[in-house]
Design a binder for this molecule. Structure first.
Ligand SMILES: [Zn+2]
Ligand SMILES: [Zn+2]
Ligand SMILES: [Zn+2]
Length: 645
C-alpha cells in the first residue's frame, strides 16, 4: 500500500477564528443505540442531572483521568481497552508462533505497545478545495483505516467464537473492541483538529455499519451523543460550536423531510426514553447548534437507517452538509420545552445518500415506473445469473447498446485440455460429512483456516482460496462455499459520461463480501498468443495488482502482521478472452483508488495455474455508486478503451 504520509503539506487549513466550549452535559443518545452491557444498572431519572453517569461502561470502570468532552468516551473504552490489551498480547503471540505456516515474520519483537491516546483537540479548522491527488490520498487513508477497523472486528469475532476465548466475558461488541484497539494505537482520524465542514476522504453517501466507525474516522466524534460540538470550556470565546449531528428517527419531536430537517436539541429525557420529562436548556450541544447557526457554520448530517444488510440491523449514511436556518424554543409533544432547529441541505453536493438508498429499493421493486426510459435490458444475463443484471443507458442509448451484442457467460469456460488436470496436486476435496471445521482438508489447503466468516464475509485476502466444491462431501450450505454461488446483489451495467460503461449495484454491498466473477473464455498462454498476438480483447489475470493484501491488513495495530503467503500461487500466464462472450465484470471501470479487488479462488478444479477471478468489496459500497477495480496502471487506459466501449 502506498505510504499515506507524504512529506509535503497537502491541506489548505483555514483556521476558523472562534473556539468555544462548556461543561459536559448529558448527550442526546440515539433511541436504539449502544445496548447497555450492564443491564442491571438501570439509571434513575435523577441521573439526568449527573450526565457523567450516562455512559454505561462508566459503571464498569468508574476511574477516569481524562478531562473535557472526551472524558465520557475514555471511560466508555476503559473496559474494552483492558480486554483489547489481552487480545493484543494473545494475538501477537499467535502471530509470532504462526511463522511455521508462513503468516508471520518471526524475527521481529511484537511488543504490545500502547501509545497514549491523546484527548481530542478543540482547534477548529476547515479543509478547503482539495485537488484530485489530495482527495485520492485522503480516500486511501480513510479506506485503510476502515479496513483496519473491520479486519480487527472480524478478528475479535473469530476470537470470541473460539472456545470461549479470553473475550468471552464481553461478547457482542466487536465494534467497540476494534475501536478500542485502534484508539490504543492512536489510529483514530481527525483527532488533532476539529474539522468544520467536509471531512477529507469522506464522500457524501458513504455508509457505515457501526457507529464506532464514524467515531474512528472523525466524522462524528461522540460515541453516544447525537450532537458533536467543541465545548465552551475549551474554546477561546467560551461558546460551544456544533459540527455534526446524527439523525436517527424515532424521536417524537424530530421532523425529517430529507433536504429540510427539524432537529430537536438534547436533554430533558430520561436515558433510553424517547419522551421528554423535563424542559431542555440552551446549553452544551443545544447552545452549540445555536452558535453554529449564528456563525454560519455548516453541520455534517449523518442519518441512521434500518438495513437487513447490517449485523446491527442499522446503517449510518453520511448525507452531507446542512445549514441551520432557524432555532426556537417550542413545546414538545410530551408538554415540556424543547429546542428546535431547522436545517436546510446546502446545494451543490452529491446526491443525498439516504435518498439514494430509498431510490435503489424502489428500483428493485419497480424499475420501469421509477425510470420509464433508459433500460436496454432488465436482465442482460437472460436468467443465467442468480439475480438480474440490468443494462441502462439514459445518455446515448440509441447509439451505445453494445453489451447486448456479447454472449452472456456467467461462468468462465475452461479449455478441454485442462479437464485432465482437474485435481492438480490436491486430490479430490474434503470428506467432511457434517459441517466442515478447521481440520477439514479444504481449510488446510486454504492455509489452515477457512477464508470466510459465517456470513460469507472474506476474513482476509490470500494468494488463493480453496472453497469446498463438487468433490467435497459437505452440503451446499457449507460456509466454505461462497463465491461459487454467484451474484447475491442486483447489479446494473450503466452508461456514464465519465467512464463509458460502468457497473453499480442496487443493493448495499458490505465490505469483504463477494460481488461477481470475471468470466470469459479461458485460454492458455499458447492459445492466447496464437489468437491475438497483441492481446486485444483479453484479460490477463497476472496484470491485476495484488490488492487482496489490503483486505485483512491489521499491520497498523499488529506490527508483526504480514499478508498471507499460503497457499501459494505460481506465476499466472493464462488469459481470459472477453471479445465474444463475457459477463458483468467486464464493464467495471479502472481506478487506482478502487472499491473492489480481485481474489483468486479454486473450487471446481484444483489446477492452481487456472484459478477463478473473484471480485470482492474493499469497502462498504452504497447502492448506485460505481464499482471500480485496479487493473494496474499500465493497462488501465487500454482496458477502459477496449473492454468497455
Ligand atoms: Zn470439509
Ligand atoms: Zn465444506
Ligand atoms: Zn471441502
Amino acid at each position: 500500500m502506498a505510504d499515506p504520509s507524504p512529506s509535503t503539506p497537502l491541506l489548505d487549513l483555514n483556521i476558523v477564528p472562534y473556539q468555544f466550549l462548556s461543561p459536559k452535559l448529558e448527550p442526546k443518545p440515539e433511541p436504539i443505540e449502544i445496548p447497555n452491557p450492564n443491564p442491571s444498572s438501570v439509571l434513575s431519572p435523577n441521573s439526568i442531572l449527573s450526565p457523567e453517569l450516562h455512559t454505561p461502561l462508566q459503571q464498569i470502570s468508574p476511574s477516569s483521568s481524562a478531562a473535557g468532552a472526551g472524558a465520557g468516551e475514555d471511560d466508555l473504552f476503559a473496559e474494552y481497552l483492558r480486554l483489547s490489551q489481552l487480545f493484543l498480547s494473545s494475538y501477537n503471540d499467535k502471530l509470532r508462533t504462526a511463522g511455521a505456516t508462513g503468516t508471520s515474520s518471526s524475527a521481529s519483537t511484537a511488543v504490545v505497545v500502547s501509545r497514549k491516546s491523546r484527548s481530542r483537540s478543540a482547534e477548529m479548522v476547515r479543509v478547503s478545495a482539495l485537488g484530485t491527488q489530495d482527495r485520492a490520498h485522503f480516500r486511501d487513508l480513510l479506506r485503510r483505516t476502515r479496513i483496519t477497523f473491520e479486519s480487527l472486528r472480524l478478528l475479535v469475532l473469530l476470537e470470541e467464537g473460539r472456545a470461549g476465548g479470553l473475550l468471552a466475558a464481553k461478547r457482542g461488541r466487536s465494534d467497540l473492541k476494534s475501536a478500542a484497539l485502534m484508539k490504543n494505537r492512536d489510529l483514530w482520524l481527525n483527532r488533532d483538529k476539529r474539522i468544520v465542514g467536509p471531512i477529507p476522504g469522506v464522500a457524501v453517501g458513504d455508509v457505515y455499519f457501526f457507529r464506532m466507525e464514524i467515531c474512528v474516522l472523525g466524522l462524528h466524534g461522540q460515541v453516544q451523543a447525537g450532537i458533536d460540538y467543541v465545548p465552551a470550556s475549551r474554546s477561546s470565546t467560551r461558546e460551544p460550536v456544533a459540527t455534526s449531528i446524527i439523525v436517527s428517527g424515532g424521536y417524537e419531536d424530530d421532523d425529517d423531510k430529507g433536504y429540510e430537517l427539524v432537529y430537536t436539541g438534547h436533554g430533558g429525557r430520561a436515558p433510553n426514553m424517547h419522551k421528554h420529562s423535563v424542559d431542555q436548556k440552551l446549553e452544551g450541544g443545544n447552545l452549540g447548534l445555536e452558535r453554529s447557526m449564528a456563525y454560519g457554520i455548516e453541520i455534517r448530517v449523518i442519518r441512521g437507517m434500518k438495513s437487513d444488510k447490517s449485523p446491527t440491523g442499522k446503517v449510518y449514511v453520511y448525507d452531507g452538509l446542512y445549514k441551520i436556518v432557524e432555532c426556537w424554543l417550542d413545546v414538545g409533544k410530551s408538554g415540556f420545552a424543547v429546542y428546535k432547529y431547522r436545517l436546510l441541505r446546502i446545494e451543490g453536493q452529491d446526491n443525498m445518500g439516504s435518498l439514494v438508498m430509498k431510490l435503489a429499493e424502489e428500483l428493485k421493486a419497480n424499475p420501469l415506473r421509477v425510470r420509464p426510459r433508459g433500460y436496454l435490458s432488465l436482465d442482460i444475463s437472460m436468467g443465467k445469473e442468480n439475480s438480474a443484471v440490468s443494462l441502462f443507458n439514459d445518455i446515448d442509448g440509441d447509439r451505445y447498446r453494445d453489451p447486448l451484442l456479447f454472449e452472456y457467460l456467467a461462468r468462465p469456460v475452461y479449455p478441454p485440455g485442462l479437464q485432465g488436470k482437474i485435481f492438480g496436486d490436491c486430490g479430490g476435496g474434503c470428506q467432511c460429512v457434517k459441517n466442515c471445521t478447521a481440520d477439514c482438508f479444504c481449510a488446510k489447503m486454504s492455509g489452515g483456516e477457512f477464508a470466510y466468516d459465517a456470513n460469507g464475509i472474506l476474513l482476509r485476502g490470500k494468494p488463493v482460496i480453496y472453497e469446498c466444491g463438487p468433490y467435497c462431501r459437505c452440503s451446499a450450505s457449507c460456509p466454505n462455499r461462497v463465491s461459487q454461488k454467484g451474484l447475491t446483489n442486483r447489479l446494473e451495467i450503466f452508461r456514464s459520461l465519465e467512464t463509458g460503461w460502468g457497473v453499480r449495484s442496487l443493493d448495499l454491498i458490505r465490505a469483504g463480501s463477494f460481488i461477481c466473477e470475471f468470466s470469459g473464455l479461458v485460454l492458455t498462454k499458447q492459445q492466447a498468443e496464437a489468437l491475438s498476438p497483441n492481446g486485444d480483447g483479453f484479460v490477463f489475470p497476472n496484470r491485476f495488482p495484488e490488492r487482496w493484501v489490503e483486505w485483512g491488513d491489521v499491520s497498523d495495530v499488529f506490527p508483526d502482521y504480514v499478508p498471507a503467503r499460503v497457499p501459494s500461487l505460481p506465476g499466472l500466464d493464462f488469459a481470459i478472452d472477453v471479445s465474444r462472450a463475457r459477463n458483468v465484470a467486464c464493464y467495471m471501470s479502472h481506478s487506482s483508488s478502487p472499491n473492489v479487488f480481485l481474489q483468486f479462488v479454486l473450487y471446481d478444479h484444483y489446477n492452481v495455474a487456472f484459478p477463478h477471478l473473484m471480485i470482492f468489496a474493499l469497502e462498504n459500497i452504497p447502492p448506485l455508486r460505481e464499482l471500480s477495480i485496479d487493473y494496474g496502471m499500465a493497462v488501465a487506459e487500454e482496458w477502459v478503451g477496449k473492454l468497455t466501449m
